[in-house]
Design a protein around this ligand. Structure first.
Ligand code: 5MM
Length: 340
């Protein structure tokens, strides 16, 4: 039987989720850019330093691992699952098999991985995972996204979520509208609203319990090549408007991805949403938190760059990002925190 409390635990207080579920290819790409050897052992060493950062559980409620990582052990011989458990951090697992070209729709992808998923989920539960993640990727361009792409991804997300709940895992449903492109804030808002509505239509159709899932969406931001950049307040207002229109109140929490925003922008935008939420007459129906990958890891990986001597400063950098984002959840993040 699925434990509803897990969903609430993941978004409780001022904590958020650490996404360290990069596929081997993505992790290797990041390592190559920093001159780090692209081996199983280096990937293990890197994840080891992240999850053993002292006091990580103060700001992080859950960590999303990949298949390689969930089977690995820390330097002291403990499994990563035990290390996280000892730190009071819930273990999550990325179960999608990546975004693949959508036939007949150039430039668009559908996320695969449903084949054999029921058995894989049972194995992950056995190992200790209590939540899962599946990411769909939607691109904005001239004439994109198509309805076919939105619906194919929404359908797959809903079938994944139903299988997770059957297996006793809380599904994190991640439909990511990419930042890539020259589009403005409004277009991102329109597409994100459309994608979220289609996703919830499918979740309801497939019988997914909305109280036993979390949503991991993009923030509503202008494209990374847009001529107009927007203030944190405008991003916050556009994002809350979109979520209030598309996300049912039964969902316990929304945990944003960072999507390529700078670490400071991701924290400042989350903070602006909480400032705005406090000024409203009615409270938001769901908890609003972070499930960042890059926006939690970037300073840490750059400082580490494969050097054992930099292990502790890298851990400090991760903890600093966790503190900044926890502060943003309390509407207390300031630029001055970046200098402390
Ligand atoms: C950490 O990266 C995750 C896995 O990506 P790939 O399977 O493409 O390697 C990714 O799903 C991540 O969890 C989310 O996109 C959030 O990460 P960001 O960096 O956008 O906050």
């Amino acid at each position: 039987m699925i434990d509803t409390r897990i969903a609430y635990q993941l978004v409780a207080g001022d904590k958020g989720v650490l996404a360290i579920d990069e596929s081997i290819a993505t992790c290797n790409r990041r390592f190559a850019a920093l001159g780090i050897a692209q081996t199983v052992e280096e990937r293990r060493r890197y994840r080891d330093l992240l999850i053993t950062a002292p006091g990580l559980g103060q700001g992080i409620s859950g960590a999303i691992l990949s298949d390689e990582t969930i089977h690995q052990r820390a330097a002291d011989g403990k499994t990563f699952v035990q290390v996280l458990g000892d730190a009071g951090i819930l273990v999550g697992i990325k179960v999608d098999a990546g975004a693949h070209d959508l036939a007949g729709h150039p430039g668009e992808t559908v996320t695969e991985g449903l084949d054999g998923l029921r058995d894989r989920l049972a194995d992950y539960f056995q190992i200790g995972a209590r939540f899962a993640k599946w990411r769909a990727v939607i691109r904005i361009d001239a004439g994109l996204p198509t309805r076919a792409c939105i619906d194919a991804n929404a359908h797959a997300l809903a079938r994944y979520a139903a299988l997770c709940q059957e297996a006793g895992l809380i599904p994190i449903v991640e439909p990511e509208v990419l930042m890539d492109g020259t589009h403005g804030l409004e277009r991102c808002g329109d597409v994100t609203t459309q994608v979220l509505r289609a996703t919830f239509d499918q979740l309801i159709l497939q019988g997914v319990s909305l109280e036993r899932m979390l949503l991991k969406p993009n923030m509503v931001v202008p494209g990374s090549d847009s001529k107009t950049q927007e203030s944190n307040e405008r991003v916050a207002a556009a994002t809350l408007r979109c979520l209030l229109e598309a996300v049912p109140a039964a969902v316990p929490g929304i945990a944003f991805l960072s999507g390529g925003q700078s670490v400071q922008a991701a924290s400042a935008n989350l903070n602006a949403m909480h400032v705005l939420a406090r000024s409203r007459e009615s409270r938001l129906p769901w908890a609003l938190t972070f499930s960042f990958g890059r926006a939690l890891q970037e300073p840490a990986i750059s400082i580490w760059a494969g050097r054992e001597s930099q292990r502790v400063p890298a851990q400090q950098a991760l903890l600093q990002r966790a503190r900044c984002n926890s502060a943003a959840r309390r509407a207390e993040y300031t630029a001055a925190m970046e200098r402390s």
